[in-house]
Design a protein around this ligand. Structure first.
Ligand code: B12
Ligand code: SF4
Length: 574
C-alpha cells in the first residue's frame, strides 16, 4: 500500500559509521574499486581483520572456537555489533525525531535506521510504494558519501523522488553563502553540496534548515495531493544540472516543544536503545568545533520537560532498555549533572543510559548520582593531554582533573570513550608525548573499560580556527593544511605514533564493536583482565598488519594470535 515517506537515518557503509575501514565489505557492497574505497574513507587506521571481518571479541570467539574459521557469516556477526553502551543497536535520534513529527501530522512513514544493515527491509519498503525517500545527513559527513547512498537507493527505486536534509546540507549552504572561496579546494567540493560538480542525478531535492521536518511534511503533503513541491521555501532543487536555491524561512520550534511521543509511537520505530536530545547548540566555543556554526543558539530542556519525556520512554520499557543522550552539552556543568542525574534517581527509571559529559563536571559529590541514575557509559571530549594546547583550543579542562575524573568513573564502574584531536595549531611531538602519557595513565582495572579514538584535525570551514588563520599561520582546509607547528602529513605521523605508543590504560576503540565482556566478567577481576589483555593483543596484531611490522612489544603476529586464542578459549571454558 502506498505511503508518504521512507526515511533513512544513516548508512554505515555510505556514511562510514563504524565499519568504514572494512574495505572488502565496501568493495563488495557498492562495486567500488579499492582506489574509490580509499578515497571514500580517506584515512585508514590499524584494525585486525580476518576474512574481511573486524575482530570484535564476539567475532574472535566464533573464529577461535571453529579452528580459526567463522561459523557465522559476516552479516550475522555484524548484526550482533554492539554500540558504545553495550546495547545491540541505537535507534538514531534523527530518524525518530523526524518520524515522530511526520506521524503527528498524519503522514505514513517507514523508518530505516541503518541502510547497510537493513538493505533487505529497505527493498521491502520500496516495494510498498513510498511517495518520497528522505535521507538524513546527520551521520554522513561528505557529499561523496551521501551520493554513494543516494545512487544505490535510486537504482533500487528508480521512480521515487529522493530528498536529502540535515546538518551536512545546512552546513553546505552556510559555506556557500559565507565562504564560497573555499569551494576552490577539491576536498571542499567533495565534502559539501552547492559548489563544485553539478548536482548528482540521484538527488531531487535538498532541505536547508536547522530542522526541516516541517518542510519535509509539506513536500509529502503536496506529493500526496499531486501538487508541485519544488517551489517551497527552505529547499534547493536540482534542475538543468544546477541547484536552484529557494528563499529561506527558518523553522522555529522551541527545544521544549520537540519531545517525542515515545509512549504512543508505533513499536516498529523503536529499539532496545534509543537516542534522545535534551538540548540544542552549545555555549562553549572550542576553536576546532563546527557545532556552533550549525546551531548558533544554545537551549536546554528544563529538568521537568526532560523528566516528562523520559517518563514517556519508561512507559515503553517492554522495548526500550537503554537511552543514549546525544547532546554534547546536557551534562556540561556540575549543576546540570546534579540536577539531571538526581531527577533520574528520583524517578528510578527502568533503563540504563549513556551520553556525553564534560570531565570537569564529574566530582566526588556527584559520581554517586551519575552511577545511581543508571549511567553505564560516557563519551568524553578529551582532545589533548597538553595544557597549553587545551588552552589554545579554548578547552578549559586540565589533565590532572581528567585523571581524577577517570578514577572516579572507574571506581563507579562507568566505562568511557575519549575522543582526541591530533594536529590543532600548536601541536608538536612534545604535546603528543603528553597525550600519550595521559592515555597510558588511564585506570586499567575493575569492571569499567576506557577506550579512546583519535582523529587528525579536520580544519572545517567557518570554525573559529578557520577564521583566525593569521594567529596560527594556518593555510589550507579540511584534511589538507599546514600551520606554524605541523602539517597534515606530520599529524598523521603523530597519530600513528600515538596509536603505537599507548600500551596501557586506554584501549583504542577504532572501528571495532564495543563488544561486551559478559562471559569473561563472570570470572571476576581475572576475567576482566583477560579482556584487557585481549584488547591490547588485538591492537598489536592490527599495528603489525597496518604498518607491516615484523613484531611489536617483542612478539610477532602468529605468537600474538596464539596468545589471544589461549585467552579467548580459556575464558569460554571457565
Ligand atoms: C551522537 C553523535 C555521534 C555519536 C553517534 C552514536 C549515537 N549513539 O547516536 C558518535 C559519537 C558515534 C558520533 C561520531 C561521529 N560524529 Co557525531 N554527532 C553526534 C551528535 C552529538 C548528535 C546527533 C544526533 O543524534 N542528533 C539528534 C537529532 C535529533 O538531531 P539532528 O541530527 O540535528 O537532526 C535534526 C534535524 O537536522 C533534522 N534532520 C536530520 N536529518 C534530516 C533529514 C531530512 C530529510 C530532514 C527534512 C530533516 C533532517 O531532524 C532532526 C530533528 O530535529 C551530533 C551533534 C548534534 N548535537 O546534533 C554530532 C554530529 C552528527 N557528528 C558529527 C561528526 C563529524 C562525527 C564524526 C565524523 C566525528 C569524527 N571525526 O569521526 C563521527 C563519525 C560519524 C559517522 N561517520 O557516522 C557532525 C556531523 C557533521 C555532518 N554530518 O556534516 C555533527 C553534526 C557534530 C558537528 N561537528 O557539528 N557522533
Ligand atoms: S567540542 Fe563540544 S564543548 Fe566544545 S564547542 Fe564543540 S560541542 Fe561545545
Amino acid at each position: 500500500m502506498p505511503y508518504d515517506v521512507l526515511f533513512v537515518s544513516s548508512d554505515s557503509v555510505g556514511g562510514s559509521h563504524f565499519p568504514e575501514e572494512d574495505y572488502a565489505y565496501l568493495q563488495d557492497r557498492y562495486g567500488l574499486t579499492p582506489k574509490e574505497v580509499h578515497r571514500l574513507v580517506r584515512a585508514s587506521a590499524p584494525v585486525w581483520l580476518e576474512d574481511g571481518v573486524q575482530m570484535s571479541l564476539m567475532a574472535a570467539e566464533n573464529w577461535f572456537q571453529h579452528g580459526r574459521r567463522f561459523s557465522l557469516t559476516a552479516e550475522e556477526i555484524r548484526e550482533f555489533t554492539t554500540t558504545l553502551s553495550g546495547e545491540v543497536a541505537t535507534r538514531f535520534g534523527n530518524g525518530i525525531y523526524v518520524t515522530d513529527h511526520l506521524v503527528k501530522q498524519g503522514l505514513g512513514v517507514e523508518l530505516i535506521n541503518d541502510l547497510a544493515l537493513e538493505w533487505g527491509r529497505f527493498l521491502e519498503c520500496v516495494a510498498q510504494g513510498p511517495r518520497i525517500i528522505a535521507l538524513s545527513t546527520t551521520f554522513l559527513t561528505g557529499r561523496n558519501q551521501v551520493e554513494v547512498t543516494t545512487r544505490r537507493m535510486r537504482q533500487a527505486a528508480p521512480g521515487v523522488p529522493i530528498v536529502v536534509g540535515g546538518p551536512l546540507v545546512l552546513y553546505s549552504h552556510k559555506v556557500m553563502e559565507e565562504a564560497p572561496h573555499h569551494f576552490a579546494h577539491p576536498q571542499v567540493q567533495q565534502t559539501y553540496f552547492f559548489g563544485g560538480a553539478p548536482p548528482d542525478p540521484s538527488i531531487d531535492l535538498a532541505i536547508i534548515d536547522e530542522r526541516g521536518e516541517g518542510t519535509l511534511a509539506e513536500v509529502a503533503r503536496r506529493l500526496r495531493a499531486g501538487l508541485s513541491w519544488q517551489n517551497l521555501p527552505n529547499v534547493a532543487c536540482a534542475a538543468g544540472g544546477r541547484w536552484v536555491v529557494n528563499p529561506r524561512r527558518p523553522e522555529e520550534v522551541a527545544v521544549d516543544d520537540e519531545g517525542v511521543a515515545w509512549d504512543t509511537l508505533d513499536r516498529k520505530y523503536l529499539g532496545r536503545e534509543v537516542a534522545i536530545r535534551g538540548s540544542r547548540g552549545c555555549p562553549m566555543r572550542c576553536k576546532f568545533c563546527s557545532f556552533v556554526v550549525l546551531h548558533p543558539d544554545f537551549s536546554l530542556k528544563s529538568v521537568d520537560v526532560l523528566r516528562a519525556e523520559l517518563r514517556r520512554i519508561a512507559a515503553r520499557s517492554d522495548v526500550i532498555k537503554h537511552v543514549s543522550f546525544v547532546d554534547d552539552n546536557l551534562f556540561l556543568s556540575k549543576k546540570a549533572v546534579n540536577d539531571y542525574c538526581r531527577m533520574m534517581v528520583e524517578e528510578s527509571f527502568p533503563f540504563s543510559w549513556s551520553g556525553f559529559m564534560r570531565l570537569d563536571s564529574i566530582t566526588e559529590e556527584n559520581i554517586r548520582w551519575i552511577k545511581e541514575s543508571g549511567c553505564n557509559f560516557l563519551m568524553l571530549g578529551l582532545e589533548s593531554g597538553d595544557v597549553e594546547l587545551l588552552r589554545a583550543m579554548r578547552k578549559v579542562q586540565r589533565p590532572e582533573r581528567v585523571r581524577r575524573a577517570m578514577e572516579l568513573l572507574n571506581d563507579a564502574g562507568v566505562s568511557t570513550l575519549s575522543t582526541l584531536v591530533i594536529g590543532f595549531p600548536g601541536e608538536t611531538q612534545g604535546t603528543i608525548d603528553r597525550t600519550i602519557e595521559l592515555l597510558n595513565s588511564f585506570p586499567d582495572r575493575g569492571s569499567a573499560f576506557h577506550w579512546y579514538n583519535c582523529w587528525v584535525h579536520n580544519v572545517t570551514p567557518l570554525t573559529p580556527v578557520d577564521k583566525e588563520r593569521a594567529t596560527w599561520g594556518l593555510e589550507g582546509i579540511l584534511l589538507d593544511w599546514r600551520h606554524d607547528t605541523l602539517d597534515v602529513a606530520g599529524a598523521f605521523h603523530q597519530r600513528d605514533r600515538l596509536l603505537r605508543e599507548v600500551r596501557r590504560g586506554g584501549a583504542y576503540s577504532g572501528p571495532y564493536a564495543f563488544d561486551g565482556a559478559a562471559s569473561f566478567a563472570a570470572r571476576g577481576e581475572e576475567g576482566l583482565q583477560d579482556v584487557r589483555r585481549y584488547y591490547k593483543l588485538r591492537h598489536r596484531v592490527a599495528c603489525i598488519d597496518h604498518w607491516g611490522l615484523g613484531e611489536m612489544d617483542g612478539s610477532g603476529r602468529a605468537e600474538t594470535i596464539a596468545e589471544m586464542e589461549r585467552i579467548v578459549l580459556g575464558g569460554k571454558r571457565a
